[in-house]
Design a protein around this ligand. Structure first.
Ligand code: PLP
Ligand SMILES: N[C@H](C=O)CCC(=O)O
Length: 428
């Protein structure tokens, strides 16, 4: 799509003052070509760009907008909280309510601390795992993205993968060397790694359902194996539920799959669109944190009252609406339409979905890990993306991201989307 004049001039100005013109690389459209559009307004499942173009949105601010954009209960909660002050730097009642809710909803969390982003949440889990075990080595999986802290920007997914920089410059080799990368869904590789260096491993961090290289689901028994092997070797198992937490189920993947990790990183949905993150887990590990224990972690704006009020309103509204059931129904409607379209268009592309999260890989190879995901035909994806955008449907501007449905997507929106997807596939 060629953008309207306002987006075009804003991007020209942005590039002058902001590196690459964006505040997060995934927004730059580099992988699909063209330029990002600028958003004026978003409501429900729709966004409007500054030139007045209307789009059905499946990015949902990269996950947080589970009720759609600007849901009334969240907006009212933000107004009400802000009237009493936007930050105190002293404990406030909202953060206690949020902590209690998280501990009640997420099976593996007995105590929790709030932070301001998913990056801070995973970074703090790693420090805590190291402090608790007295070991240094971390294991992560190829294509999993855990934010942009140094030791986790190794073989990373999301924008790092999209832009061909899975290992970032600026990370000291001595530090990156403490991160061991394994292929996801490969039990033999996991066993070999623990056999060789189990005594050195502080923790294993995994996106509970990897969703930053497209959406990849665990093979039966894989999460059980992770739980068993970490327990056996005294390593801390960290589920990164920044994306899946409170989205695939009230209690995240750990509720769906019935495996509790030792620590959980959270974010996105719990902030109702405000900047937020959280990490929590076993009481004995969490009690290692300052001021009770020796592992330091802090934040000027952590537990911010406006962010807490927004997140609480969003979570309560989801519970009131039985939102997770609705999202699964909407996801099933979309799935049926896409599978039907693939059949009609003779494409054997790989479709994966869990509840409201989905990905269509432009490959005929089943996707179980990053190597499989990389067999995707990126040229066709790029054409598909732009066709959909032209016709008013916005998917993430990269094959290596996941789509999100919100409770504000009506069946008619999904039907219109299916029509556009069919046209786009036929036009390839
Ligand atoms: C699974 C996962 N972990 C961590 C992060 C980092 O979160 P944030 O962008 O809020 O720092 C993200 C998203 O960016 C994510 O998808
Ligand atoms: N895939 C990322 C998070 O889930 C995209 C968000 C970002 O990095 O801006």
């Amino acid at each position: 799509m060629s953008n309207g004049p306002l987006s075009t001039s804003l991007f020209a100005l942005a590039k002058k003052y902001i590196p690459g013109g964006v505040n997060s690389p995934v927004r730059a459209f580099r992988n699909v070509g063209g330029e990002p559009f600028f958003v004026r307004r978003a409501k429900g499942c729709r966004i409007w760009d500054v030139d007045g173009k209307e789009l059905i949105d499946y990015v949902g601010t990269w996950g947080p907008a589970i009720l759609g954009h600007a849901p009334l209960p969240v907006i009212e909660a933000i107004h009400n909280a802000a009237k009493d002050g936007v930050s105190f730097g002293i404990p406030n009642p909202y953060e206690v309510e949020m902590a209690k809710l998280i501990c009640e909803w997420v099976p593996g969390v007995e105590k929790v601390r709030m932070v301001n982003s998913g990056t801070e949440a995973t970074m703090s889990c790693i420090r805590l795992a190291r402090g608790f075990t007295g070991r240094d080595r971390i294991v992560k999986f190829d294509g999993c993205y855990h934010g942009h802290s140094d030791g986790l920007l190794v073989a990373a997914g999301s924008g790092a993968l999209t832009h061909g920089r899975p290992d970032s410059a600026g990370v000291p080799a001595a530090y990156a060397d403490l991160t061991t990368v394994l292929p996801y869904n490969d039990v033999a590789a996991l066993e070999e790694c623990f056999e060789k260096m189990g005594h050195e491993i502080a923790g294993v961090i995994v996106e509970s359902y990897p969703a930053n290289a497209g959406l990849i689901l665990p093979q039966p028994g894989y999460l059980a194996k992770l739980r068993e092997i970490t327990q056996k070797h005294g390593a801390v198992l960290i589920f990164d539920e920044v994306m899946t937490g409170f989205r695939v189920a009230k209690g995240g993947v750990q509720e769906l799959e019935n495996y509790s990790p030792d620590l959980t990183a959270m974010g996105k949905v719990i902030g109702g669109g405000m900047p937020v993150g959280a990490f929590g887990g076993r009481k004995d590990i969490m009690d290692m944190l300052a001021p009770d224990g020796p592992v330091y972690q802090a934040g000027t704006l952590s537990g911010n009252p406006v962010a807490m009020a927004a997140g609480l309103a969003q979570l309560r509204e989801m519970e009131k609406q039985q939102g997770w059931k609705r999202l699964d129904e909407l996801g099933a409607i979309m799935e049926e339409a896409v599978l039907d379209t693939l059949k009609q268009t003779g494409r054997n592309y790989q479709w994966y979905r869990v509840g409201s999260m989905f990905c269509l890989f432009f490959t005929e190879t089943p996707v179980r890990n990053l190597t499989d995901a990389k067999t995707s035909d990126l040229v066709s994806f790029r054409k598909f993306f732009h066709h959909c955008l032209d016709k008013g449907v916005y998917f993430a501007p990269s094959q290596f991201e996941t789509g999100f449905i919100s409770t504000a997507h009506a069946p008619e929106d999904l039907a219109r989307t299916a029509e556009v997807v069919r046209e786009a596939l036929l036009a390839l």
